[in-house]
Ligand binder design. Structure first.
Ligand code: 5AD
Ligand code: SF4
Length: 426
């Protein structure tokens, strides 16, 4: 989400006549996009800002964008006085005006819209960094208020784009040669077309039917709002990828309640059953938080059981990190850091074993990959499957397949996180 915000900011500013440079030394203005989802990400920001002191002496100006900017607001000017601009994502529409103020010599410019804004940040000038695969934001902000999460406070309230505008952007991308589109939102399942024309599943299908688009992905889903018609759309439209990322956060209904996730373990597993009943095998991945305040060893055990119940192909697991303003920050953080680390390790080890077995099931299959890059040291081409798995492969031809091209590969070997294969017919 942040990477795509940066692409939109860059495109908008280039359109205004600014030039993008490759390194900080060549820049007059440095805009630093930030994340505050966990404490570690936030600490990184302040460490990095410290480095900018030196560059400031060379006359450069600085702006801080993103969730740390929104969260800390004007406090950033106190902590890092060489910063002249602070803007949250809900104010990016106003960046061109803010830069005019900056050029006029103003050194304390803020764009801190909080939850007030109704606007979405749409621009025709997104500077996408990859010419084959690109993101499109369909919904911004979040109204879910999970007890641990800072996003509803930093990215503002939920606001969807019209499906007409999303489809126009997708068609423009197809015309430019993009073949893969990833629809983005904090919770894509609560997408509400402003014009009332299309549900999320209908929008997904419509993007998948655009001539030239071969792969469509979407992230992130919320189990509370995930509907069966999404699975039906994947069944009906071959370009919709065989992959659903459905964050569970915890396998214990008690902890889910404390987290204010608004679903139970059983509710979640019912959605997983829909996905497993699809006509083609759909790969599933998830996010998990360990050590949420009050998580007992029994609760954690239920999360571990969830791994085998679902058979995920990938898990992003995090230690609970207390975040400012969130309800969970006032709950007694009863799990010591050491215990959190242990639980995380147990979970990652268990998941690795499951993936070792599940990835091995692909050996012998013939799958289509999109070529992403080359590893010349290993003589391999890096590809990605529709299930979003990495497949590194060799070819017999001396001419390497182009990045962004699609080929059939036979899987010959597997690891817990990747597959190995040989290109077919090359
Ligand atoms: N602590 C740890 N992990 C968090 N996430 C969100 N907020 C926190 C937090 N305070 C995780 C969730 C979410 C993912 C993007 O980050 O698992 O799905
Ligand atoms: Fe955060 Fe919950 Fe919204 Fe996801 S759905 S962004 S975890 S508040």
């Amino acid at each position: 989400m942040n990477a795509h915000d940066s692409e939109k900011v860059i495109g908008t500013l280039v359109q205004q006549g600014y030039d993008k440079v490759e390194n900080e030394e060549d820049a007059d203005l440095i805009l630093y996009n930030t994340c505050s989802i966990r404490d570690k990400a936030e600490q990184k920001v302040f460490n990095r800002l410290n480095d900018y002191k030196r560059l400031h002496r060379q006359g450069k100006r600085f702006g801080v964008l993103g969730c740390v900017a929104q969260q800390e607001g004007e406090k950033i000017f106190e902590r890092a006085p060489y910063v002249s601009l602070v803007s949250g994502s809900a104010s990016y529409n106003k960046l061109p005006e803010m830069l005019v103020q900056l050029e006029a010599g103003n050194t304390r410019i803020t764009g801190l819209d909080d939850r007030q804004t109704e606007e979405t940040f749409e621009t025709e000038f997104t500077a996408r960094s990859n010419p084959h695969r690109g993101y499109i934001t369909i919904i911004e902000g979040c109204d879910k208020f999970c007890a641990y999460c800072v996003v509803p406070y930093t990215r503002g309230k939920e606001r969807s784009r019209t499906s007409t505008s999303v489809l126009a952007e997708a068609r423009r991308m197809a015309d430019q040669g993009y073949t893969e589109i990833q629809l983005l939102g904090q919770n894509v399942n609560s997408y509400r077309d402003q014009e009332g024309k299309r549900s999320f599943a209908e929008l997904l299908a419509a993007v998948g039917e655009i001539p030239g688009i071969r792969r469509v992905r979407f992230t992130t889903s919320h189990p509370r709002d995930f509907t069966q018609d999404i699975v039906q759309a994947i069944d009906a439209v071959p370009s919709l990828c065989d992959h659903v990322h459905l964050p569970v956060q915890s396998g214990s209904s008690r902890v889910l309640h404390l987290m204010q996730r608004e679903y139970t373990r059983e509710w979640y597993l019912e959605r997983i059953a829909w996905i497993k009943a699809a006509r083609r095998p759909i790969s599933m991945t998830t996010d998990i938080i360990v050590g949420f305040p009050g998580e007992t060893p029994e609760d954690f055990e239920q999360t571990i059981d969830m791994l085998a119940d679902v058979q995920y192909d990938g898990v992003f697991a995090f230690k609970y990190s207390p975040r400012p303003n969130t309800p969970a920050v006032t709950m007694a953080d009863s799990i010591p850091e050491e215990e959190k680390s242990q639980r995380l390790q147990i979970l990652l080890d268990r998941q690795r074993e499951l993936q070792r077995v599940n990835y091995a099931k692909h050996v012998g299959e013939e799958v289509e990959v999109m070529v992403e890059g080359y590893n010349s040291a290993r003589g391999q081409v890096n590809g990605r499957t529709s299930q979003n798995k990495t497949l590194n492969f060799t070819t017999r031809s001396t001419i390497l397949p182009a990045i962004g091209s699609y080929l059939k590969v036979k899987v010959t070997q597997s690891f817990p996180n990747s597959l190995v294969g040989e290109a077919m017919g090359l």
